[in-house]
Ligand binder design. Structure first.
Ligand SMILES: [Zn+2]
Length: 266
């Protein structure tokens, strides 16, 4: 499932289309990724419109077109964006294709857990404006995090990290990376964190998100050496800090890897 850095990588795939007109918008009408969208309104609004801007927030993407048209995309489990040559014929899973003079911008999604939204207006759509602040933004303050964690009476800290209203765009591997760097056992109740632990978690969450955007988000590169990322998938992987065998268990419904020595249980 794409996490925030992969989403940023996909946003960049459409960057060559910025400032250029859409000659034609082709969509797979009736597919569930377009639920709630009027296909004729979408294709009519995009025909002849210029792609003027693109942004990501966590796992959400927003594309602004001239004439006050907005396309929002959530990639779901298996969605991706790419660009092909002008004469490319969209395939069965290319549900949205924006044909431009020198290329085609494609949204591809075989499993269709993603979603395409269409809005009109001068301002960004309301759903976008209401998204929670992303971890790398100035609005993601220590105070906000402390307040949100104190409200979670139940549940492990790992579940809090996967909560998209609190850490938008953070998925399973990033959550494990943040906890490992913060030296927190993933099973620790979120509300039980000390003030010092919350501060460390806030710092490491920002660092992991920023660094991922800089590495994976730019060219699908790997995170820096020494990250848990490189060993957490392997059976029998060991902690990059101390060589201790990693623990693996289901926490918050997801396979979780951690080091018992670095992240001792309370
Ligand atoms: Zn360790």
């Amino acid at each position: 499932m794409p996490e925030l850095a992969e989403v940023e990588f996909f946003r960049k795939q459409w960057e060559p289309g910025l400032g250029k007109r859409v000659q034609e918008a082709l969509i797979h009408e009736g597919k569930r990724v377009f639920r709630g969208v009027d296909p004729e309104a979408l294709t009519a609004a995009l025909k002849g419109a210029k792609l003027v801007d693109s942004q990501t927030r966590g796992k959400q993407l927003l594309f602004r077109f001239s004439g006050g048209a907005w396309i929002g995309i959530h990639l779901g489990m298996s969605g991706s964006l790419r660009r092909e040559a002008h004469d490319f014929t969209p395939g069965k899973h290319d549900h949205l294709a924006l044909v431009q003079a020198d290329g085609v911008l494609l949204y591809h999604d075989p499993r269709m857990f993603g979603r395409v939204r269409f809005d009109r207006g001068k301002q960004p759509p309301e759903w976008w404006s209401q998204l929670p602040p992303v971890v790398t933004s100035p609005e993601f303050t220590q105070a906000r995090l402390a307040e949100a964690l104190s409200r979670r009476k139940l549940g492990p800290i790992k579940a809090a990290l996967l909560d998209q209203s609190l850490f938008p765009g953070v998925g399973n591997w990033m959550a494990d990376e943040i906890l490992w760097r913060s030296r927190l056992d993933p099973r620790t109740p979120a509300a039980a964190l000390t003030s010092a632990e919350r501060t460390e978690l806030w710092k490491q969450a920002r660092l992991v998100c920023r660094t991922s955007l800089r590495t994976i988000g730019v060219d699908w590169g790997d995170p820096p050496p020494g990250w848990l990322f490189h060993v957490r998938w392997k059976k029998g992987g060991s902690c990059p800090r101390d060589g201790e065998s990693l623990q693996r268990a289901e926490v918050a419904g997801r396979t979780t890897a951690w080091c018992e020595r670095c992240q001792p249980a309370n």
